[in-house]
Ligand binder design. Structure first.
Ligand code: GLN
Length: 353
């Protein structure tokens, strides 16, 4: 708001004073809200969701993830698009009730749990790191390059470390806390563990096992490595629908309070930090391009899901299994990018469509 009002060169002094007062009054301004982003009417929200679905539903670019064998078998043409506003109202198109594996889209939500358990976001800086790696999500090289083996909670290494940080008395308790937290973000939905996905990934988890062991060796993993790996892999194997994912995002848009249950899941003061790491690392080694084009804190997963957050306003979720080289869903990213352009949702100012 300040940026906008002050950039009007002919604004009168009273206008500027009013703008500054409005922007600094706690009633109208909350840390982290994207005040330069307009809040569209219901009709417009439904319209852009329909358009995004129609525009990209026949796109066949990319392919299903195959390094987790079972993901090859998921019907590639599934496609869902949802906007959930911060009060939980949904605008939907396509296969929005189909439950796919959440995969890496789980990562920011477990990072949020860690922030809550440790009294704020500093723990992430101290114990995991917040620098984007600029490398693929499963990079081992990133662990060697970065000082103190810092990564960030949006890539596999940092996410396994986040799971290991969850305060728990046993592996069951750790899993229970992670699962309950994800369900809470989804508004109390009964998100299932997709056993076949878990089995398929855990049986072939040599790369992530290597990462967990390396981190442990560098004292950047805080529980038994195999326990962290198992709970992390279960977390990635949770089934979620596009609607449920949108609700999870809407909780962040609503500054940490779930719109459906009213439960606070992340302190308001921690929301901007979580969104910051989603912006800088949520698309892995494509995060720069994504920020450039869409300007939205987001998280993707190899199951084909993506969630983006317009702070203080709404979340956009999309799902379709075919991925690009970086492991990001082609249709989902195009749909969200389209919506962001149409609604002027870029947090840095309206982006070109
Ligand atoms: N479970 C997947 C893995 O660890 C998650 C990766 C992803 O979604 N990018 O490889």
């Amino acid at each position: 708001m300040i940026r906008r009002e002050l950039s009007v060169s002919k604004a009168s002094v009273p206008t500027i004073v009013t703008a500054v007062l409005l922007a600094t009054s706690s009633a109208t301004y909350a840390k982290g809200d994207a005040d330069c982003v307009p809040m569209p009417e219901a009709e417009q929200l439904q319209k852009v969701v329909n358009e995004a679905h129609a525009k990209f539903k026949d796109l066949k670019e990319g392919k299903n993830a195959d390094y987790i064998p079972i993901l090859k078998t998921i019907p590639s043409d599934l496609f869902g698009v949802v906007i959930a506003t911060r009060d939980g109202t949904m605008y939907t198109a396509g296969d929005v009730d189909y439950r796919f594996s959440i995969q890496s889209v789980s990562k920011p939500f477990t990072a949020a749990l860690v922030m809550q358990q440790y009294g704020g976001p500093q723990v992430i800086v101290d114990k995991i790191g917040v620098e984007p790696t600029g490398l693929p999500f499963n990079s081992k090289m990133a662990l060697e390059i970065y000082k103190g083996r810092s990564v960030n909670p949006m890539v596999n290494a940092g996410a396994i470390a986040a799971v290991s940080l969850v305060k728990a008395s046993s592996e069951d308790d750790r899993w229970g806390k992670v699962l309950t937290n994800l369900r809470d973000f989804a508004g109390g939905a009964d998100l299932p563990l997709l056993e076949e996905v878990f089995k398929s990934e855990y049986e072939t988890s040599w790369s992530n096992r290597g990462i967990a062991n390396l981190l442990f060796n560098y004292q950047r993993l805080y529980s038994d490595p195999e326990e962290a790996l198992r709970v992390y892999t279960k977390q990635c194997s949770i089934g979620v629908s596009t609607k449920e994912l949108a609700m999870m995002g809407a909780t962040l848009a609503n500054r940490g309070v779930n719109p459906k249950t009213g439960k606070r899941l992340l302190d308001e003061r921690s929301v901007p930090e979580l969104l910051a790491i989603m912006l800088t690392a949520g698309f892995y080694d494509e995060s720069g391009l994504w920020s450039y084009e869409a300007g939205l804190p987001s998280k993707t997963g190899v199951g084909g899901g993506i969630v983006s957050v317009v702070p203080g306003k709404y979340a956009i979720a999309a799902f379709s299994p075919r991925l690009n080289e970086a492991g990001n869903s082609v249709r989902a990213l195009k749909a969200i990018r389209y919506i962001s352009g149409k609604l002027g949702a870029d947090i840095f100012g309206p982006n070109a469509e």
